[in-house]
Each structure stands twice: as C-alpha cells, then as structure tokens.
Design a protein around this ligand. Structure first.
Ligand code: NAP
Length: 265
C-alpha cells in the first residue's frame, strides 16, 4: 500500500503537535514536511526535539514543490489557514482542515475550488467523534424542541468565539427547527451581551476559562421539561481519531466536505 504523504501546518501548536504525533505513529503515513512561521530549514528534531527529521518550511510554495504531499493537515489560525487551504488546492494537495473561524464566503470559495479541481477537501470544526454525535443528537432533538440555547466552553487561549462547533451545531439545528426568536418579546439586556450571540433566534454563549479544553452543552426546553446534550474533550488526543478518519477519507473523496458528521455513518 502506498504511503500517504502528509504536511502538517502549525506543528508547534497544541493541536499541531498531536497531529504530528498521529502521523509519525500511523502505519502508511509519512510526514514529509511541516509548515511553520519560524525555524526555516531546520528539522523537527533540531527545532522541537521531536522524534522526526521532517523539514520545517516557512514558505508554502517551497514546501509543496519540494515535498509533493498528498494531504495538508492545517491547524493554525483562520486567516492563514484559509490561505494554506486555497494554496493546497492550487497545488493538487488535499486539505484536511481543523482550523476554525472560516467565514461562509471562505467555505463557498473552497467548495467552488473543489468542484473545479475535482479534489477532496475536508473542513471539520470538530474532529472529536463524540462531539459530532452531540451535534447529530441535537439536530434530532430540535425537531421536537423549538427552544434551544447552546453553551460552548473552551480554554482562554482560543481566538474565535463562538466556537466553530457551536456555529455548526446552530446551522444543523436550523435545518430542522422552525425559525423562532426565543425569550420574552419585551426582553432587554441590562448588560450588553447577556443573552449571548444570536443565530436564527437561538442563543449561543461562549465561556472561556483556563483549565477547560473543549466542551459544549446544548440545552432544550419545553413545557415542564428540559433536555441537555453535552460533550467534553478532556485532551487534544480526543480529536485525533477524527483527523485520521478525515485523512483516509479525503484521499478517496473528490468533493468538498464541511463537518465530520458527513463522513460518519
Ligand atoms: P495554537 O496552539 O495557538 O496553535 C496554532 C499554531 O499555528 C501556532 O503554533 C502558531 O504559531 C501557528 N501559526 C500561526 N501562523 C502560522 C503560519 N503563518 N504558518 C504556520 N503556522 C502558523 O492553537 P490550537 O489550539 O492548536 O488550535 C489550532 C486551530 O485548531 C484553531 O483554529 C482551533 O480553533 C482549532 N481547533 C480545532 C479542533 C477541531 O477538532 N477541529 C480542536 C481544537 C482546536 P505561533 O505560536 O508562532 O503563533
């Protein structure tokens, strides 16, 4: 079986480090390079003391020309992640993107590029299989409960709010929920933001605290009852089985996929 040649972008990051380890530990995966913004030309062993001689590139064009990867795993920031993903598709490299914060316009552009190039691309706001099930169960529940509040909780170094998972959950719920502006019609915030962000009349609340990793509770209410669906990621290894599933799928797939729920039966 041919090795899958992989470049990881963001290898010093919390998620990127886990992804590098996943690639190094997986049979038939080959880490052919990493994309960072420092340590040009060094190896991961020299720069990070990691058990790999994969070369560090700061220029994505040089990286792709020299390493000819099959897949790019991107775990960086929304701005640079989008640039990396577009460039990957231009070079015939299939992107697996965990970076969150892409806009609707970004997603539409990437979908278009996949149609034009016939390449697979997977954007997954959450790689944890349990989180994907939490989103699916929430979508099921929303058929019966029209009132819902999404509370997402993350570590305090997270750059975007609300989380990509919360936005994706709201989008999935909106496909089955009748649009409704929740709360009292005369409701007023005495402190701005008290009711959180609004998506199609539902509210999303973002909690940021040290000690947390990635957690979400979707709370439904109706007469005399509530239903809470909750998922907790306690470490970043919880995301890696989803990253592997995405890498194995993107190699076979020739279209754009947004959300791991679309490749989990
Ligand atoms: P992090 O620890 O801040 O790592 C981001 C890394 O990207 C840093 O090492 C940063 O370098 C690097 N970076 C910034 N600009 C770069 C560039 N131009 N080229 C290459 N690397 C660059 O963040 P994280 O917690 O690992 O999260 C990374 C992304 O994944 C975020 O968008 C986060 O929301 C998302 N995430 C997704 C999932 C999922 O399941 N899909 C789960 C958790 C997190 P510096 O240190 O020099 O800035």
């Amino acid at each position: 079986m041919k090795n899958t040649r992989i470049v990881v972008a963001g290898p010093r990051g919390r998620m990127g480090k886990e992804a590098v380890n996943l690639v190094l530990q997986t049979e038939n995966y080959e880490l052919v390079g990493v994309l960072d913004r420092k340590n040009e030309g060094k190896t991961l062993a020299e720069a990070e003391g990691m058990n790999s001689n994969a070369k560090i590139f700061t220029d994505i064009h040089e990286c792709f020309k020299s390493t000819k990867p099959d897949v790019l795993i991107d775990l960086t920031t929304p701005e640079v992640g989008m640039e990396h993903t577009v460039t990957a598709l231009e070079y015939g490299v299939r992107p697996v993107v965990g970076t969150t914060g892409f806009s609707k316009g970004d997603l539409a552009k990437l979908e278009d590029m996949c149609k034009q190039t016939g390449l697979g691309c997977i954007i997954a706001p959450n790689f944890a299989v349990g989180a994907v099930l939490m989103m699916k169960f929430s979508q099921m529940a929303a058929k019966y409960f029209n009132d819902v509040e999404i509370i997402e909780l993350h570590h305090d170094q997270k750059l975007d709010a609300p989380s990509g998972t919360a936005v994706k959950t709201a989008e999935m719920i909106a496909t089955v929920r009748e649009t409704k502006k929740q709360g009292h019609v005369d409701e007023k915030e005495t402190i701005q933001g008290a009711r959180g962000a609004e998506y199609d009349g539902m509210h999303i609340h973002s909690v940021r605290l040290p000690g947390l990793i990635a957690h979400q509770q979707v709370m439904f209410g109706s007469d005399g009852q509530t239903l809470s669906i909750r998922h907790d990621s306690y470490n970043r290894a919880s995301f890696m089985s989803g990253v592997k599933l995405a890498v194995d799928t993107v190699i076979e797939n020739n279209s754009f996929v947004y959300g791991l729920e679309n490749i989990i039966e």
